[in-house]
Design a protein around this ligand. Structure first.
Ligand code: HEM
Length: 458
């Protein structure tokens, strides 16, 4: 029964991803007579998407690479494509010849987030927008968020303790959403935040569902919610403009922007980039945190060592009464290696889409799981990061012009959350511990149901 429901869930996700305009666009581009690498294209229309989403992605991609080598063709998510599982090829596409490869997304997804979000673009507009996003995510800017991220983490943790079952992934999603709101808007009135969250949840569900406008479907509800979010953002912008202070959060940077001709961004461009940033920040970070808790639970000795590292910091902070400092966060060597190893093992973003004559997809997952670059790759071993990985072999945040600008914020929130989880709580994973599901990134099955208790209680 469980397998059937997971299969149906996967099928709905893949249906959602198979949007017609996207398929037609990609098909039209395959040049006649072009010599393609070896591989298999699966069934007509569906390609090999069901095979991918009904098994562990490591198994699917590793089997392909064993059979066809580092560069192979396949047909997934509605797109005939070439997978590149070598660091050199990934670098070629993402860095040295990036101008020849445009990011591609299904049209319905672009409409849902907003077509002006930076990650759909290439060239001048992308560069300008990226600078604004990077400024709001600079090390100087994110340091100021530490006490606020701590407050969000502690309040979430307080609500988990007590021995009831918590869906870890869903809770981490709430956490990463709140951190997203913080870096975008600074502080928001709680009623506006709730309204935004309610509607953003609907958009998020619609994003992962079949794109049809039949009333009552998740997709059509998401379209309504997306319009409502535009209105809420418009109200927030009007209020912000009444203030004369120039805030340093993402909204502040977007509002203050003027190009060389004095042209500002439109309200629509601002809204699309705010929703885009929330979209890029939420599920990725929540998925990584969920895997981290699972890997630590699977290796109790390692968990004890992480606890010792974090408890020493807690002690030196007057038993946690003083806030964490930036210098302390930058000096959590074991916890940091646990994060890097979790990002390698889970490879949350397995691959990324780029469009050329035929679509190509740098396959991060296989590079991260290659024994050539990471000996005994299926073994969770943070100590492997005592030596820096070879260039272009560790790409959890991508590479080149579209590399993740939120990587330092993501690491900061993960370190803060781990610090408080391991110093304040004990936990136990409930039920099956080895399955995998997609939401849309891979997460432990059922979102990793967990019971938490306060560290001091029995
Ligand atoms: C563990 C968490 C995260 C992971 C694994 C991750 C991974 C990635 C990857 C692989 C890309 C490149 C995609 C491509 O080349 O097509 C990317 C892009 C991006 N990420 Fe992240 N990300 C994370 C968290 C965040 C956070 C917290 C933010 C905060 C705003 C963020 C904002 C973005 C944006 C705006 C882009 C698009 C950049 C561009 O197109 O220039 N990400 N992310």
């Amino acid at each position: 029964m469980e397998t059937v429901s997971i299969f149906i869930y996967n099928f709905l996700i893949l249906s959602a991803l198979l949007s017609f305009p996207f398929i037609r666009k990609s098909r039209g581009k395959t040049r006649k007579g072009a010599k393609l690498p070896p591989g298999s294209m699966g069934w007509p229309w569906l390609g090999e998407t069901i095979q991918l989403y009904s098994q562990d992605p490591n198994v699917f991609f590793a089997t392909k690479q064993e059979r066809y080598g580092e560069i192979f063709k396949t047909h997934i998510l509605g797109c005939p494509c070439i997978m590149l599982a070598s660091p050199e090829a990934a670098r070629f596409v993402l860095v040295s010849q990036a101008h020849l490869f445009k990011p591609t997304y299904p049209k319905s997804k672009e409409e849902m987030i907003g077509p002006s979000a930076l990650f759909f673009h290439q060239g001048d507009y992308h560069t300008r927008l990226r600078k604004l996003v990077q400024s709001s995510l600079s090390l100087e800017a994110i340091q100021k968020l530490i006490p606020h991220i701590e407050a969000i983490a502690v309040s979430a943790i307080e609500s988990w303790a007590g021995g009831h079952v918590v869906n870890n992934y869903q809770e981490m999603k709430k956490f990463s959403f709140n951190v997203g709101i913080l870096f975008i808007f600074g502080h928001l009135d709680s009623n506006i935040k709730e309204e935004l969250e309610k509607n953003y949840c609907k958009v998020n569900k619609g994003y992962n569902s079949f794109p049809t406008n039949i009333p009552g479907t998740a997709y059509s509800k998401a379209i309504v919610a997306r319009k409502r979010i535009s209105k809420i953002l418009s109200e927030i912008i009007s209020k912000r403009m009444e203030k004369s202070v120039a805030e340093k959060d993402l909204l502040g940077h977007l509002l203050n922007y003027k190009d060389e001709k004095g042209q500002t961004l439109t309200e629509e461009q601002i809204a699309d980039n705010i929703i885009g940033a929330l979209f890029a920040a939420q599920d990725t970070t929540a998925s990584a945190l969920t895997w981290i808790l699972k890997y630590l639970h699977d290796d109790q000795k390692l968990l004890e060592l992480v606890k010792a590292e974090q408890k020493a910091i807690c002690e030196s902070n007057n038993r946690g009464k003083n806030p964490l400092r930036w210098a302390q966060i930058r000096n959590m060597p074991l916890t940091n290696k646990v994060i890097l190893e979790s990002l390698r093992m889970a490879s949350i973003i397995s691959f990324t889409f780029r469009e050329a004559v035929t679509d190509v997809m740098p396959l991060f997952r296989n590079i991260h799981h290659s024994s050539e670059y990471f000996p005994d790759p299926q073994n969770f071993d943070p100590s492997r990061f005592e030596v820096a990985p070879k260039p272009n072999t560790f790409l959890p945040f991508g590479n080149g012009v579209h590399a993740c600008p939120g990587n330092e914020l993501a690491k900061l929130e993960m370190l803060i959350m781990i610090h408080h989880v391991v110093t304040m709580l004990r936990y136990e994973v409930v039920g099956s511990q080895n399955g995998i599901q997609y939401g849309p990134f891979p997460v432990p099955q059922h979102g990793l149901p967990v019971k938490f208790w306060k560290e001091s209680s029995n």
